[in-house]
Design a protein around this ligand. Structure first.
Ligand code: C2E
Ligand code: MG
Ligand code: MG
Ligand code: MG
Length: 279
């Protein structure tokens, strides 16, 4: 077909490739500059326990605020950070900042609040990860039990033995693991049993249409059964409506996260939210 359209097609294709390569280089340069000039920040999204209605943890979500321009969401720069390896120093900053913030909340009396931090595949495979987490905990004085690390199924399956090793070392530091976006990856149930994991975060793609889609509901139900048998807690991601929440409660889900309760917000807004919670 390209042949039928003549030479112009080839040219268009080439110029769009060049465009994306240039955009990628620009993002890479921007990320290096962002690291050097502290242009990253964390937003936090509450995770609510269904039974009590209390915020028991928050997920740290990375944002980039360039000196000029709008806040950049992670989908627009994490892939480039991952490809270039910049995700390792960026991820180190995320761990340090999340632990510093956890310590501030602990000092304010919210000492049972957990903070979830996302790890990238490159970061998880990096031999310095254990030392990085240990440093972040020690220099902040944050309670290790309040730190949750979020990994995905595919991160574990890529090098299962290596992953298990890393997870055991981190577990010895006192931190906990969650499996993020659960249900979307290639998962091995036999590995799930062997992994030191506390929570399954049910991917939001199963939640959005759970009111009408029998299959989604059946999948979430199956995940609940699995979690119960393996004594894992569950968190539903991307909960936007009361009707979705009712179904999740019926299915026995432990906690939820989503725009229904709150979007990701700045740390100061979390403090306000916590101070308004029932004791
Ligand atoms: P995730 O870890 O699955 O995080 C949840 C994402 O879902 C967040 O997007 C959050 O804003 C969004 N979300 C929460 N509730 C709702 C809802 O009710 N409806 C909808 N439509 N979306 C909702 P965000 O902040 O854009 O982050 C996207 C992804 O970027 C994250 O997915 C995570 O994989 C990655 N990411 C974020 N921060 C970091 C980080 O510090 N390090 C690494 N490696 N990855 C990160
Ligand atoms: Mg996550
Ligand atoms: Mg997720
Ligand atoms: Mg997700």
């Amino acid at each position: 077909q390209a042949k039928d359209m003549g030479g112009n097609t080839v040219e268009l294709f080439t110029s769009s490739m060049t465009h994306s390569a240039r955009a990628r280089l620009q993002t890479e340069a921007g990320l290096r500059n962002a690291l050097a000039h502290s242009e990253f920040l964390l937003h936090y999204q509450p995770i609510v326990e269904l039974k009590s209605g209390r915020v028991t943890s928050v997920e740290a979500l990375l944002r980039w605020q360039p000196s000029q321009g709008n806040l950049v969401p992670p989908a627009q720069f994490i892939p480039v950070a991952e490809e270039t390896g910049l995700i390792v120093p960026i991820g180190e900053w995320v761990l340090q900042e999340a632990c510093r913030q956890a310590r501030r909340w602990q000092d304010q009396g919210y000492d049972t609040l957990q903070i979830a931090v996302n790890l990238s595949i490159r970061q998880f495979a990096d031999p310095s990860l254990v030392a990085t987490v240990r440093d972040a905990l020690q220099s902040s004085g944050c309670n290790p039990a309040s730190l949750q690390l979020e990994i995905t199924e595919s991160m574990v399956m890529q090098d299962a033995q290596g992953a298990l090793n890393t997870m055991h070392q981190l577990t010895e530091l006192g931190v906990q693991f969650s499996i993020d976006d659960f249900g979307t990856g290639y998962s091995s149930l036999s590995y799930l049993k062997r992994l030191p994991v506390h929570k399954l975060k049910i991917d939001r793609s199963f939640i959005g249409e759970i009111e009408t889609d029998e299959n989604d509901r059946a999948i979430v139900d199956a995940i609940q059964t699995l979690a119960r048998k393996l004594t894992l807690r569950t968190v539903a991601e991307g909960v936007e409506t009361d009707a979705q929440l009712d179904i999740l409660r019926e299915l026995g889900c432990d906690a939820y996260q989503g725009y229904l309760f709150s979007r990701p917000v700045a740390a100061t807004d979390i403090a306000r939210l916590l101070s308004n919670m029932p004791a």
